[in-house]
Design a protein around this ligand. Structure first.
Ligand code: FMN
Length: 332
């Protein structure tokens, strides 16, 4: 057993709420990251496939104005190393030195070296103990264990709490976060009781007012139940990883694959969107939104309305009310 890592970085330990908002591609915006950071947790953006330097600068400059801690999420398995390096150097030049890196899944030695060279803290999201070992050996500051309860792409096949126990047992001194199904103060407490230094939540913020999610998608998350989510490979064209979505968005087995279902009107101009692909339903989509992947984790039962990120964090920070035994009224 190797004792990786040292102490939990003070900046994480001192957070009013030990929570990191997960990057969610185009759904998580700089506005969301800054709002979460201002409210006392760590906010993030996901760069996904963005490689345009002007756009990367724009994102970086917005994050640089955050009044709390922010992070930038990379998915190195989706791009050639050259493009990931471009994301890293451009964002590093535009943001403040304390900005966190988050990575999702495997990456090359080159990318790990580039991340370490920025001398910024780096949290690697993983689905297995072996992957965690590999990331810590390559210089990650800490790891986030993603359990199968998670919304979106799946990194492993273990349940969150079991993975967390295994990670803590194998890396007793490392900084460890837990992701998957975290939508309440109770779940955050559960992860910390099981040895996590912080929890990581994505779905919780899909229906926030700062989210870029499409109104229809937000409503589905508000109305949906955890038992209505399933792990599937229905939306794998372009990113062959299984993912957790709401069952109601699954295409019929006879539906034509890669049929055009609408257009995204993003900063890069209009882009056609096709069925069976990973495209997240964002507010700039025009077309048949019900045919896009409605990513959601098992914790959605606790999401009952649209709220601002600060309200969400405030609810998580609230101390549970003491249980009071009802007092009998004295007969007058
Ligand atoms: C809509 C959506 C999009 C996501 N996109 C990304 C992404 O681009 N990069 C990434 O690192 N993780 C992404 N994730 C996964 C999160 O990092 C995290 O594992 C997950 O949200 C945790 O589970 P929860 O959704 O139950 O909180 C996404 C999750 C969701 C729900």
């Amino acid at each position: 057993m190797t004792a990786f890592g040292s102490n939990v970085p003070d900046r994480l330990r001192d957070l009013p709420v030990p929570l990191l908002q997960a990057p969610m591609g185009a759904v998580s915006s700089p506005a969301m990251a800054c709002a979460v950071a201002a409210a006392g947790a760590v906010g993030s953006v996901g760069l996904y496939r963005t490689i345009d330097t002007t756009e990367l600068h724009r994102i970086g400059r917005k994050l640089a104005r955050a009044s709390g801690q922010v992070a930038v999420g990379l998915v190195p398995e989706l791009l050639p190393d050259n493009d990931v390096r471009r994301q890293i150097t451009t964002i590093a030049a535009a943001t403040r030195p304390g900005t966190w890196w988050l990575t999702f899944g495997p990456l090359s030695d080159d990318v790990a070296g580039e991340l370490c060279a920025t001398r910024r803290p780096w949290l690697a999201q993983v689905g297995t103990v072996a992957e965690a070992h590999c990331m810590l050996e390559r210089g990650a500051t800490g790891i986030i264990g993603q359990g199968v309860e998670a919304g979106g792409r799946q990194l492993g096949s273990a349940r969150r709490d079991q993975l967390l126990r295994d990670l803590r047992m194998n890396f007793p001194a490392a900084t460890i976060g837990a992701a998957g199904g975290v939508t309440s103060a109770r779940e955050i407490r559960r992860t910390t009781e099981l040895g996590a230094d912080f929890a990581c939540a994505g779905t919780l913020f899909v229906a926030s007012t700062e989210s870029n999610a499409h109104r229809f998608y937000q409503q589905q998350v508000v109305d949906g139940m955890g038992c209505e989510t399933v792990i599937t490979d229905a939306f794998s064209i372009g990113w062959p990883r299984r993912h957790r979505v709401l069952r109601r968005c699954l295409p019929s087995p006879t539906a034509t694959r890669l049929s055009r279902i609408g257009t995204r009107h993003g900063t890069a101009g209009p882009e056609p969107v096709f069925s069976h692909t990973p495209t997240v339903p964002t507010h700039d989509f025009r077309g048949d939104v019900s045919r896009l992947a409605l990513y959601a984790g098992t914790g959605i039962d606790a999401i009952t309305r649209t709220s601002s990120c600060s309200d969400i964090i405030e609810r998580l920070a609230a101390k549970p009310r003491p249980v009071t035994t009802p007092t009998r009224r004295r007969p007058s």
